[in-house]
Design a protein around this ligand. Structure first.
Ligand SMILES: [Zn+2]
Length: 300
């Protein structure tokens, strides 16, 4: 992991990280999880991107918070943050030089995997039994799977640009609860997902925006056109610009079911700054995201 990648983790909004950890932040304060607290002694500084408890003295930035809260070492905490935020880190080995030149994504190494997608038992169980996805969607998305040397099954998701060029690959660990949850080959650009769908979009047609590719597959399986944004805590400048351009050129009717949590709500508000006409749909109470809603409907 190079120093730029490390800086990306340090720049993750501290309150967003706290919420991802399950802390309840109200007006830049919350109950301190590090001592028996009843008065919201822990406060966040947005400017310094840090936290401090005025009673027990616990303090630090996003990485320290994860280390302390989840009792992880530095490396594990970085990996957790990267996984949770879809941040691509090249390697967790400590580099001798500190600075590493970032290599571009080598599409030619991966393209053949998606020419004849193959789904192993774990992938079929995940996609069709648990997620109830439409096999046509799985084929359209060219999802494939593989097993590493340790026998761990991974689902492999290709990211294409609008012209259909492979620009990144996301590997998802199919073992529940295992870390790392995601892995990305060097240089992968896994930002906005399912861009080729834009070529099928008619003027003024509805286009759903989801958080993450699995909600996108559910949305597509429900018969909607959809793209996905990688994470609730981060909407990069590049993503903003791409969405603005889309809005101007294609004028789709953007729609969204925000996740039923604080980060989901924040993503919706961030997106609406870029896309003022974004239509909001509400998930039923107790439904955390669109995938869950979709599975309920299919079973229903
Ligand atoms: Zn404290």
């Amino acid at each position: 992991m190079d120093k730029f990648e490390l800086q990306k983790l340090r720049d993750l909004p501290i309150e967003g990280v706290a919420e991802r950890l399950g802390m309840h932040v109200v007006r830049h304060k919350c109950l301190c999880p590090f001592h028996d607290d009843h008065h919201a002694s822990l406060s966040f500084s947005v400017r310094r991107n840090s936290y401090r408890c005025f009673v027990c003295g616990a303090s630090g930035g996003p990485i320290d918070l994860v280390m302390k809260y989840l009792r992880k070492d530095f490396r594990e905490a970085c990996r957790w943050l990267a996984d949770e935020n879809n941040i691509i880190v090249s390697s967790f080995r400590i580099q001798d030089s500190g600075v590493q030149e970032s290599k571009p994504f080598d599409a030619s190494r991966y393209e053949r995997f998606f020419e004849r997608p193959w789904l192993n038992g774990e992938a079929r169980k995940f996609l069709f039994e648990e997620r109830k996805l439409d096999p046509r969607v799985v084929r359209w998305c060219r999802l494939t799977s593989w097993k590493d040397k340790q026998g761990v099954a991974w689902l492999q998701t290709p990211y294409y640009d609008r012209e259909g060029r492979l620009i990144g690959v996301q590997n998802r660990n199919l073992v529940k609860g295992a870390l790392p949850r995601f892995r990305f080959p060097t240089g992968s650009q896994c930002s906005i997902y399912n861009l080729p769908v834009l070529n099928l979009l008619r003027p003024g047609e509805a286009l759903f925006i989801t958080e993450g590719c699995s909600d996108c597959w559910a949305m597509l399986s429900a018969g909607h056109k959809a793209i996905a944004i990688p994470s609730a805590t981060l909407l990069s400048q590049k993503d903003r610009e791409l969405l603005e351009t889309l809005n101007l050129k294609l004028e789709p009717q953007f729609q969204m079911y925000p996740d039923n949590d604080v980060p989901g709500e924040r993503l919706f508000l961030q997106l609406r700054e870029v896309l003022p006409s974004l239509v909001r749909h509400q998930l039923p109470a107790g439904c955390k995201d669109y995938s869950e809603f979709y599975v309920g409907k299919v079973k229903g």
